[in-house]
Design a protein around this ligand. Structure first.
Ligand code: ATR
Length: 267
């Protein structure tokens, strides 16, 4: 039997176990997907222990994505992102991927939204914003980063080719000229507020929210009310899992079964 799991602190409310178990069952793969609540002071030992025990693959969540980056072998563009959320334990050692980044791009593709040549605004400058900004840039978009602490937006923009950094007061102007606006802050998480001004939305925008609790955030409902297309945070969660599954198993992921398992645990 193959063993996969999610490692984080905390992990008890993770939606990855039901999503991946549904995928293994649908594909008839004899595998278990478990949760590993790791001690932050012993994370390196935890990764080495997983490898020594023959664990086949790990999903890595907060606060260990940078530790995973240091532990695993990575290629560009993960090298530039500096964060790993998926480890594949291969015969040649642990290989790290950032499927938060690639999964978000798949979520856009799934909704028929092209990022090639698009103007994309990322709100936030933390880890989630970093993955989105690099992902959008990889997909051919020009990225503007707007953050409450403006200096952090400039710091992130300096790492992403052709990106620019801004304060939140510039959001209305940035949104007026944009094709895509993504919320990568925690604003809206279990509260009815938005990171973007309601009157800045227009019908030519696509809104993506990395927050998925609730699924319909104020950010997305304001966008929809103005006629914008919306992509909720569960799509990012789904496709980061889809990419991980395909990396680990080499098989096409059963996207519908994974989506159903995920959404049944979200609503
Ligand atoms: P993560 O790694 O999950 O992205 P993070 O590094 O804590 O989390 O980043 C949180 C982001 O949400 C930051 O961009 C933060 O802005 P600051 O850099 O100014 O702290 C943003 N954020 C959090 N609460 C916010 C609020 N009430 N209004 C605007 N931005 C907020």
């Amino acid at each position: 039997m193959d063993v996969y799991g999610i490692i984080g602190h905390p992990v008890e409310h993770s939606l990855s176990p039901p999503m991946h178990e549904a995928a293994f069952e649908e594909r008839g793969i004899d595998a278990k997907y478990v949760t590993f609540e790791a001690d932050p002071d012993r994370i390196e030992e935890a990764f080495e222990g997983a490898q020594a025990l023959g664990v086949d693959g790990l999903t890595v969540t907060l606060p260990f994505k940078h530790d995973a980056f240091e532990f695993a072998d990575v290629d560009d563009p993960v090298q530039r992102v500096g964060a790993v959320n998926t480890i594949d334990f291969t015969d040649d050692g642990p290989v790290g991927y950032n499927t938060d980044m690639t999964g978000t791009l798949q979520a856009f593709e799934h909704h028929g939204v092209s990022l090639e040549g698009a103007e994309a605004v990322v709100i936030g400058a933390g880890g989630a914003a970093r993955a989105l900004a690099f992902g959008f840039e990889e997909a051919g978009a020009t990225v503007s980063i707007a953050n409450r602490t403006e200096s952090k937006a400039h710091d992130l923009a300096a790492d992403v080719p052709d990106a620019s950094g801004h304060g939140l007061e510039e959001l209305p102007d940035l949104m007026a000229a944009a094709d895509v606006v993504a919320n990568a802050t925690s604003v809206g998480l279990e509260e009815d507020v938005s990171a973007a001004p309601a009157d800045a939305w227009h019908g030519d925008l696509t809104a993506f929210d990395a927050v998925y609790k609730p699924l319909e955030t104020r950010f997305l409902s304001d966008a929809a009310a103005a006629g914008a297309q919306t992509i909720d945070g569960a799509w990012m969660l789904l496709f980061q899992g889809v990419d991980a599954f395909e990396t680990w198993t080499g098989e096409d992921a059963p996207v519908d079964a994974m989506n159903e398992a995920l959404r049944s645990h979200l609503s």
